[in-house]
Design a binder for this molecule. Structure first.
Ligand code: WQD
Length: 337
């Protein structure tokens, strides 16, 4: 039996596929390549040490999904596929609801018909919205402030209702905090199209001279140095969290929301300093106005993941920055993707 990884060529999906293969799991990779490079698939095979079926399918395409479940013996699904840019979701909300919500409904309907009722879902800490109830626990109040976050919250509700309607279903709703970093080999990493929205890939492009300077969005927040505080976690730690969640849905029924974070917050300026130390490169920056929608502080209470999954993040901020820098340099040399 195999694990279907939707969005498997994406940033977190690709790192998860490598960990699955290295753990001896058989996988089937689905991606529509709207936000992933086809070369990533070869990197996954190289690092995972094994081949696997690949389907260039959109989760909105029911016939394409049905073909996969007819041809492959799918035991469970790790579901990454979806649109994920907060700012973009405000501009094109219907695309986000269609892809993230309708796409997931489509997937679950095909899964149910095939008798496949185990899912690990890529949710997000964004569901905690602008709450100040930090550290966020899974029973903290949910409030979303953008369409992207609303799609994640809606899909969590849909999966809870699905599990309540049929006791055969099991679902882990993984709420990621801020994934950063790259595979130690430098062959996989965060490679967004265009100008990065997120802090780490932006800093990396400044470090290699592709961008002039970092804009620090506000230094007047109620935080130790006035800049935004976030819970950054290494993408490989996050990937390993998915393998633990897969084991959990294999042995438990029902729906569980689980935070995947380190439980430690770092400010923008602390991240800049850590990246400068890891890279040996000075990162020029200026203080810019706050970014609309940003909150001051966001970090996890990761105790439920430790208790239920036996998972905790192990990699340091310095290691995250060193691995991100290594990936970026290898990209510069043209041998990553
Ligand atoms: C981090 C900090 C910014 C860029 C988002 C999504 C979240 C998840 C991760 C999908 C903040 C500051 C950033 C820059 C800056 N994605 N910053 N200059 O906003 O915490 O989370 O990405 O699930 O859902 O909301 O991440 O990396 O954009 O920002 O000063 O050029 O860095 O203000 O304090 P964020 P981020």
């Amino acid at each position: 039996m195999a694990i279907l990884v939707t969005g498997g060529a994406g940033y977190i999906g690709s790192h998860t596929c490598v960990e699955l293969l290295q753990a001896g799991e058989d996988i089937v990779l689905l991606d529509n390549f709207s936000n992933a490079k086809p070369q990533v698939v070869n990197r996954i095979k190289e690092l995972g040490g094994r081949d696997f079926p690949l389907y260039a399918v959109d989760i909105l395409h029911r016939e394409g999904l049905e073909k996969i479940f007819a041809r492959e013996d799918i035991e469970a699904v790790i579901h990454f596929a979806g649109l994920k840019a907060v700012g973009e979701s405000v501009k094109i909300p219907l695309d986000y609801y269609q892809n993230n919500v309708s796409g997931t409904i489509n997937l679950c309907q095909v899964m149910a018909r095939a008798g496949c009722k185990k899912i690990v879902f890529s949710s997000s800490a964004t569901v905690y919205g602008n709450s100040t109830d930090v550290p966020f626990r899974e029973d903290s109040p949910l409030s979303t402030t953008n369409p992207y976050g609303s799609t994640k919250r809606m899909v969590e509700d849909i999966l809870r209702d699905l599990c309540a309607s049929d006791p055969e279903w099991s679902a882990c709703l993984l709420r990621y905090f801020n994934p950063i970093g790259a595979h130690k080999s430098g062959l996989l990493g965060e490679d967004p199209n265009g100008i990065p929205n997120n802090l780490l890939p932006y800093i990396a492009k400044v470090a290699v001279g592709q961008l002039e300077q970092l804009n620090v969005f506000g230094n007047d927040y109620d935080t130790p140095d006035g800049t935004g505080v976030r819970d950054y976690l290494h993408v490989v730690d996050l990937a390993i969290g998915h393998l633990k969640a897969l084991d959990y849905v294999r042995t438990h029924k029902g729906a569980e929301a689980i935070n995947l974070g380190t439980g430690r917050g770092y400010s923008v300026l602390e991240v800049v300093k850590a990246f400068e130390k890891a890279s040996g490169v000075t990162i020029p920056y200026r203080i810019a106005p706050r970014r609309p929608g940003d909150i001051a502080t966001c970090y996890a209470d990761p105790s439920k993941a430790k208790k239920l999954l036996g998972w905790e993040a192990t990699r340091s901020l310095e290691e995250m920055c060193a691995d991100a820098w290594n990936f970026t340099r290898r990209q510069q040399l043209g041998d990553s993707l």
